[in-house]
Design a protein around this ligand. Structure first.
Ligand SMILES: NC(=O)c1ccc[n+]([C@@H]2O[C@H](COP(=O)([O-])OP(=O)(O)OC[C@H]3O[C@@H](n4cnc5c(N)ncnc54)[C@H](OP(=O)(O)O)[C@@H]3O)[C@@H](O)[C@H]2O)c1
Length: 363
């Protein structure tokens, strides 16, 4: 009723008024030259675009500008311990060395005592002020008995643990279909990657949770669980490994939320390819950092998601991995799973050729 004269007076298309939409905002009639559906779609588009722009800015800032929580928050140089599993090579070894250099006493866990002792000597020579202890455990048999030395060590009142790095992990010796995976390999992956991680964390957590009530400065504690892109994007031909890391991802999130109130920071750290025995990549490149570089970026970005923008309690610390993780978030899973199958078929073909060559050489 009010709209008719308004339209006639203000629109050159008055005779088409019936075709226009009129909406009332605060009682005032507004003539819409476009269909209402177009306005709604534009609003939805503007919100989506706004969200995307904010997310890109946060990703760039977290990856290239911000640094994470200081290691002092977790007790560096304050006589606190860092427990690291699988530190006889690769990423775990780099964690042990860098955490010692940052001022943590280090508890070295692995299955090869000789290598652990060598690492202990190296750390003591380079970081003479920190204490070290070696606890050999074969993580493929995680039981209260095999962990008894660790349980005794951590029960000592003077042992104050500030950091736990669940790093030890095993994958398939080469990409293989699930149907052809040996039961032994399957069991080894599940025991080391899942059972041992859960048991060690379960034994350590009560000692991390009590920190709030102990006298002295109020410090936080940190649990870093080393995941894998293979747990974020399903990896055909590495099905058991991929699923074991996906298990860790979900467990990590649930745990992170449970213990946040107690000052325990939990993070799933996601490497892409890193130079190591496991990846069988020997030369670093822009996409494949050395373990030292990878760990350094991890320890500088605690609490930041970087590439893992839409996922809680997760972090993709190294910048090229972060960019890949962020971009892959926009790609349909059907494409990423298909791509991973192709990638692993190719890796398997090359691994089989190498196996053949090695066999011929040894004859
Ligand atoms: N490198 C990559 O490209 C990559 C990518 C994604 C995720 N990750 C993850 O990063 C973590 C570290 O891997 P990495 O690349 O550094 O490989 P790595 O050099 O092979 O290190 C694995 C560590 O785990 C230890 N370990 C294996 N089985 C064990 C057992 N039964 N008991 C005790 N310790 C055992 C190994 O000890 P031994 O020396 O005795 O074998 C070694 O110290 C793993 O969780 C892995 O899944 C790596």
């Amino acid at each position: 009723m009010v709209a008719e004269p308004f339209v006639a007076a203000h629109s050159a298309h008055a005779r088409d008024a019936v075709a226009h939409h009129i909406i009332h905002i605060f009682g005032k009639p507004i003539v819409m030259d476009v269909p209402i559906s177009a306005v709604i779609l534009s609003l939805i588009g503007a919100v989506a675009l706004g969200k995307l722009v904010v997310s890109i800015l946060v990703f760039l800032a977290e990856t290239f500008l911000f640094t994470g929580e200081s290691l002092k928050t977790f007790g560096a140089k304050q006589n606190r311990w860092a427990v690291i599993t699988g530190c006889t090579s690769g990423i775990g070894e780099a964690f042990a060395k860098q955490l010692a250099r940052a001022g943590f006493n280090v508890c070295l866990i692995g299955r090869n005592e000789e290598s652990l002792r060598k690492l202990e000597q190296e750390i003591s020579a380079k970081s003479p002020l920190v204490q070290t202890t070696v606890i050999p455990i074969d993580l493929s048999h995680p039981t209260p008995e095999t962990f008894s030395a660790y349980s005794k060590w951590i029960a000592q009142p003077e042992v104050q643990v500030g950091v736990l790095v669940n790093n030890a992990g095993v994958s398939h010796s080469m990409p293989v279909s699930f149907a052809e995976t040996t039961l032994e390999e399957m069991d080894n992956i599940l025991q080391v990657n899942i059972h041992a991680t859960l048991l060690l964390t379960r034994l350590t957590l009560p000692r991390l949770l009590t920190k709030k009530s102990t006298p002295g400065p109020k410090l936080k504690s940190l649990i870093l669980n080393i995941g894998s892109f293979g747990g974020t994007v399903p990896s055909p031909l590495l099905a058991t490994y991929s699923a074991s890391k996906a298990f860790l991802a979900t467990w990590n999130k649930a745990l992170g939320e449970e213990v946040k109130k107690d000052g325990v920071v939990v993070r799933l750290v996601l490497p892409g390819f890193v130079v190591s025995k496991m990846s069988k990549i020997r030369r670093p490149s822009m996409m494949v950092p050395t373990p030292q570089t990878f760990v350094s970026s991890t320890l500088k970005s605690i609490g930041l998601n970087r590439g893992a923008q839409s996922r809680v309690y997760e972090s993709t610390p190294y910048w090229t991995h972060a960019a890949m993780d962020y971009i892959v978030g926009f790609v349909p899973e059907s494409i990423t799973v298909w791509y991973n199958l192709r990638l692993h078929k190719d890796i398997r073909a090359r691994a089989l050729k190498k196996q053949q060559r090695d066999k011929l050489k040894s004859q």
